[in-house]
Design a protein around this ligand. Sequence first.
Ligand code: ZN
Length: 95
Amino acid sequence: MEVAEFRIKRLFLLAKESMDPDSPMHGLGKRYVHIAEEISSHYRIRIPNEIRVQICRSCHNLLVPGINAKVRVVSGKGYVAYACECGAERHIFYK
Ligand SMILES: [Zn+2]
């Protein structure tokens, strides 16, 4: 695996950990996402898809259901809607 890709994945693990209110890194989530995005554009590698779908496009928060995101399934249209605390919604199609 590329070193840069490894670093991006590591940063997202940290971002996820920082969502825990008891974590000493609490509140640093956006910062980790920002660094990961800079690495990805610097090395011209894509953030892995499974990670990219968890980032809010509008405020670059990591979306964690139950913490800062509300998830609802729109089964008629075949997608899951992730509503970020900033008000933006992401639609993840599963069909
Ligand atoms: Zn947002």
